[in-house]
Design a protein around this ligand. Structure first.
Ligand code: MG
Length: 629
């Protein structure tokens, strides 16, 4: 059976919840981790029935450990232990037992003896019509690499004994992947996939805590699946992920993330071509997402005097009110092509969002070349999509559910006229006021650690974004991690930010807004110095930067003293790389919530991560002084 599968160990919750989540996410196959059965309150036959009812086939029971090459009397006890597992498998209706290479310090390590044990185990299994899959654990005492496991399987030479290929173990040991394609497909018992970040750490610790779904890490999982399928193997391809964050999240979401990551994998392999039968796997023919041209608008939900303060701050940043909504208490503020919508409605989505989160970004809109196709893709990948409430004559703006239930509207790329703006808004005066802000460079999503991978996979699979390597810096009260997702044309960039620590700037944002969301909006300009002088004159509160920062800059870089002094006076930060130089500045946080950044790139294509700790300390200091922590 050729199918996507997931091991129950990937998910948190009870076995009942796990199986239901897998079925709902579209899985038709599951590997049963024995602990899930041990902790289940019922007989194995009830698990079998439950899986049947949910349309799931249990493709393997795992794991059997520390078996081959043991001295007596442990050897004999192991065979007895195996017979009990076989009993269980027959009750469950499971055909395959996954056996991991031995990690016991007592293991003898004689290949002939180990192969002999595997052969005898297979013979015993054969009497009951069962199969054995043997897998090299990267930290096995004697068998660590798939080539060693294959050597034992060949030596044992039993028709019901095959190898389990696991991308994690192969990649973490830097095993060659391409030669897997030469294995006989009928000798592969199971294919397991997991990705992982390219961290230099002990493989066991990496495996137990940091495995992740394909596309979330740095391993060549696509090449691995390609090699496995090239053998003629047409059995299940199963996610086997040990990750504390996954187990701490809702199983329904993680199951969905897993399915999205596999389907995106199938799509990539299908596009590359030459992967046999990949067409038969779900995801190989997903609708292509449209090309995202820009962030068309950012929408704030607010009300009352706080809404007035927000509009004041935006005016200070150079935005002007250009239009009112035809039927709603919604204002459009604009500067060149940059649109900010301020929504003060008293019912509907934005108001609900405001009641829960206070003044915050409730929606962004992406200008997209093919809106319907992007929506079709989102639906195919199990995203929640909406068609907003509309009044007479108003444009329909479809949306996909984003972070914390915010909306990601999808709007067509604007032609010069007949756009949805004219349908929904009444303009007065200059429709496109000039200003120094020329675009939205990036906007951050601050998210809980437990949902970080979910949103990474969301943006990558549903909207077709790519990601850039993670940045890690210090927060004065903990640690800060950022991984940016962006469109291939870099027109939309969304750093996904997480932190460790209860009083970090990010944690305080999430406390203030009761959840995840847009914490930072970065505008680009072509002349930051003139811009900041004007904005300061209008009373925009910028984040105070210590003089020590500028002394350090002078030590690190060769900056003309007059320029350095001007930066110091205005509070502008600086970075440079091989591509060019970078100037940027942050506003103070609005109500200890979100903040704005203004930046000028001169050939520099990063985000000034070297200055992030300066910003975090300055923000923490400002908040501490107000709250007298
Ligand atoms: Mg495995």
């Amino acid at each position: 059976m050729f199918a996507w599968s997931m091991a129950t160990v990937c998910l948190g919750g009870t076995l009942e919840a796990k199986l239901a989540a897998l079925s709902k996410a579209g899985f038709r196959a599951v590997e049963l981790f024995e602990n899930d059965l041990t902790f289940f309150n019922g007989p194995p036959s009830a698990v079998r029935q439950m899986a049947d009812d949910l349309g799931l086939t249990i493709v393997a029971l795992q794991p059997m450990r520390d078996f081959e090459g043991m001295p007596e009397p442990a050897r004999q006890r192991n065979f007895e232990r195996a017979e009990r597992k076989f009993d269980l498998m027959q009750e469950l209706g499971v055909n395959l037992l996954c056996l991991c290479s031995n990690v016991s310090p007592d293991a003898l390590g004689d290949p002939e003896r180990s192969a002999h044990d595997l052969a005898e185990l297979a013979d015993r299994a054969s009497k009951r019509g069962l199969r054995i899959g043997y897998e090299a654990l990267a930290w096995g005492l004697h068998v660590k690499d798939w080539m060693q496991a294959w050597d034992l399987v060949k030596r044992a030479d039993r028709s019901n004994l095959g190898i389990v290929l696991d991308s994690f173990h192969a990649c973490v040991r830097h095993n060659p992947i391409a030669p897997m394609a030469e294995l006989p497909g009928d000798k592969i018992a199971l294919v397991q996939v997991a990705d992982a970040p390219g961290l230099l750490m002990d493989p066991l610790a990496l495996s137990r805590h940091h495995r992740c779904f394909p596309g979330q890490g740095d391993f060549p999982v696509d090449d691995f699946i390609k090699a496995c399928l090239a053998t003629g193997y047409r059995g299940p391809v199963s996610l086997e992920i040990f990750n504390d964050q996954f187990r701490g999240a809702l199983p329904g979401q993680i199951a969905l993330d897993g399915m999205r990551s596999l389907e995106a994998c199938a799509e990539r392999l299908q596009i590359q071509g030459q992967t046999p039968d990949i067409d038969r796997l779900p995801g190989a023919h997903l609708p292509q997402p449209g090309t995202v041209a820009k962030v068309e608008f950012v929408e704030f939900a607010t009300s009352g005097s706080v809404g007035d303060q927000l509009e004041n701050m935006l005016r200070g940043l150079g935005f002007q009110t250009v239009a009112q909504h035809r039927s709603k208490e919604v204002t459009l503020m604009r500067q060149n092509n940059v649109n900010i919508v301020v929504n003060r409605e008293r019912d509907g989505f934005a108001h609900s969002f405001y009641l829960v989160h206070g003044t915050s970004v409730c929606a962004i809109a992406l200008a997209t070349s093919h809106v319907e196709q992007t929506l079709d893709r989102a639906n195919a990948l199990g995203a929640t999509t909406y068609y907003g409430r509309i009044g007479a004559g108003e444009a329909t703006i479809p949306a996909v559910r984003g972070v914390e239930g915010s909306m990601i509207y999808l709007v067509p790329e604007q032609s010069s006229d007949a756009s949805f703006w004219e349908q929904d808004f009444v303009f007065e005066g200059n429709q496109k006021p000039k200003g120094a802000i020329t675009g939205i460079d990036h906007l951050s999503n601050t998210v809980r650690r437990s949902e970080f991978f979910t949103w990474l996979t969301f943006y990558k699979t549903i909207l077709g974004f790519e990601d850039v390597p993670q940045v890690e810096v210090a927060d004065p009260y903990g640690a800060f991690y950022s991984r940016c997702v962006r469109t291939a044309n870099h027109k939309v960039q969304i750093p996904l930010n997480v932190s460790d620590g209860g009083a970090t700037v990010l944690a305080r944002f999430m406390d203030a807004t009761a959840g995840s969301g847009v914490q930072q909006i970065a505008f680009e300009t072509n002349d930051i110095f003139t811009y900041v002088e004007a904005a300061r004159a209008k009373g925009v509160p910028f984040l105070p930067i210590p003089d020590n920062y500028y002394a350090d800059l002078a030590a690190r870089f060769d900056i003309e003293p007059a320029l350095l002094e001007r930066m110091r006076t205005l509070g502008i930060l600086y970075d440079q790389n091989a591509g060019g130089v970078f100037f940027h500045i942050y506003t103070e946080s609005f109500e200890d919530r979100f903040f704005f950044e203004v930046l000028e790139r001169r050939g520099y294509d990063q985000f000034g991560a070297a200055n992030t700790p300066v910003r975090l300390v300055a923000q923490a200091r400002a908040q501490d002084s107000r709250k007298q922590i």
